[in-house]
Write a protein that binds this ligand. Structure first.
Ligand code: PHE
Length: 472
């Protein structure tokens, strides 16, 4: 273990940091809406099954690999892969992916920050006005919000693992839970709210088909921050005496619980305000839900509770989304930052400066691809549609590459690192693991059907996204 590498000071610090990464915008709106549209309770059951039986083993493998190597993904793969080119490539993917997702996520976080500031200033009526979002994304004021978010991120990451990431998570995650619970209680007291709960929870198995199943797995994978190199990096900050297995389970449970509870806020709010909503008409896009749909809900709410109370609710909602987004963003920027520190042997400050510049430039390119700069807006076209830079980053890095990275770690464990090594690593800090049922299951599944399933998901996504052909 390198003497200079920083480590989390406690298991709870690690759990909160990893849960902070996992709990993101996807949990608050994407998950509840996907569940409601795709069979309610039936979707929830399938999702929970995927979290436990497919995602958890991949999660443990990522954390185990990181702690064994004591390096961030690139070096972890190249050292444990004994320098072989193909494993170096896997490390490269696990480094570039978070970098590009950081750009995409940065754009959305900056918008949320803008909406938070506006609702705090009492401009809820403007936020809900027709065409506001379209103008907002095409306004250079974006840059001020970008500066604000960059300062906050640098402040957290500049503090390092313990004084930055861990300390921020210990404050932000409990705050997030509190805000979420407050909003759930508030929303459930509104008239008609229970109709939303019903749509969310009552199972309808007739809605389940191949693409819903594929979507549930992709959502679970993404929500747990898998395939992004994050858990390899955070794993490398875990002490040898700490229990990866229990921590991994708790992170998975926390993330799933927050997504589930968020559904008790999102759906009831929608149905309390628009009782006749047809679930199928809800947008699949979290972006349009957060920025176009929700401000309207809050404004409509002001008719019953008054403008001030509605503005307070809107502010808490955007603050909740902002906290969820910041803790995810911190984790994802930490991956390329720590890789850079290792590769160039430079200080955290210098690595953050270099990352800050690179991410800001790319964020500006992505953020101006909604019309401001025509060349970035109509950047390319595939599957019969024009695509902006933002769309390409989303399609390639958000949707497609995560299952590929998951597949690569399974193959790495199976063919290079070996499953017995994974078991040995996970047993440190948890003696009972080596002889447990979970160990038997993880060792079997990670070398057989999990990579197979991830390969099918990957191929299906490539065909649907880029060639408009669906095999599932
Ligand atoms: N789990 C996060 C979410 O649900 C995904 C994510 C993590 C995205 C880290 C970016 C960075 O939103």
């Amino acid at each position: 273990m390198s003497a200079s590498r920083e480590h989390f000071s406690s298991k709870i610090g690690f759990i909160l940091a990893a849960a902070g990464s996992a709990v993101g915008i996807g949990n608050l709106v994407g998950f509840p809406v996907a569940a409601t549209k795709n069979g309610g309770g039936a979707f929830l059951l399938i999702y929970a099954f995927f979290v436990a039986f497919i995602c958890l083993p991949v999660m443990l493998a990522e954390m185990g690999l990181g702690r064994r190597a004591q390096h961030s993904p690139y070096k972890a793969y190249s050292e444990l892969g004994q320098g072989l080119k193909r494993w170096r490539l896997a490390g490269l993917f696990a480094t570039i992916t978070p970098f590009m997702i950081a750009v995409f996520y940065m754009v959305i976080t900056v918008w949320i920050f803008g909406y938070l500031v506006q609702s705090l200033l009492g401009n809820l009526d403007a936020l809900a006005s027709e065409g506001f979002f379209g103008n907002f994304v095409n306004d250079y004021d974006f840059i001020w919000y970008l500066v604000g978010v960059t300062i906050i991120i640098n402040f957290i990451l500049g503090g390092g693992v313990r004084k930055g990431i861990e300390r921020a998570s210990k404050i932000l995650m409990p705050t997030l839970f509190l805000m979420l619970i407050l909003l759930v209680i508030f929303v459930l007291t509104l008239d008609n709210a229970w109709a939303g709960v019903q749509f969310y929870l009552v199972p309808d198995f007739s809605q389940i088909n191949g693409s819903v199943i594929n979507g549930a797995l992709a959502q679970a994978f993404f929500s747990l921050s898998l395939g992004m190199g994050i858990l390899i990096t955070y794993g490398s900050y875990f002490r040898r005496s700490d229990d990866i297995v229990t921590s991994g389970k708790l992170v998975a449970i926390t993330d799933t619980a927050v997504a589930f509870i968020a559904g008790l806020m999102t759906l009831p709010a929608i149905f309390a305000i628009y009782p006749d909503t047809n679930p199928d008409s809800l947008s699949d896009s979290s972006v349009s839900m957060i920025f176009s749909f929700f401000p309207n809900i809050f404004l409509a709410l002001s008719e019953s509770v008054g403008y001030f109370a509605a503005s307070v609710a809107a502010t808490i909602f955007f603050l909740l989304a902002f906290v969820a987004a910041i803790t995810s963003l911190v984790s994802i920027i930490e991956v390329p930052t720590s890789s850079l520190m290792e590769k160039r042997n430079i200080s955290r400050k210098k690595a953050l400066l270099a990352m800050g510049i690179a991410i800001t430039v790319l964020t500006l390119i992505a953020a101006t691809s909604f019309g401001l700069v025509p060349w970035f807006t109509a950047f390319t076209s595939y599957a019969g549609a024009d695509k902006s830079v933002f769309d390409v980053i989303y399609d390639v890095f958000y949707d497609t590459i995560l299952p590929l990275n998951g597949l690569l770690i399974c193959l790495f464990v199976r063919f290079r690192w070996k499953r017995s090594q994974l078991t040995a690593e996970l047993s440190e800090g948890n003696q009972a693991y080596a002889t447990s049922w979970l160990e038997k299951y993880v060792s079997f599944a990670i070398g057989t059907f999990i990579p197979l399933i991830l390969a099918v998901v990957f191929i299906n996504t490539v065909l649907t996204k880029f060639f408009a052909i669906s095999i599932i």
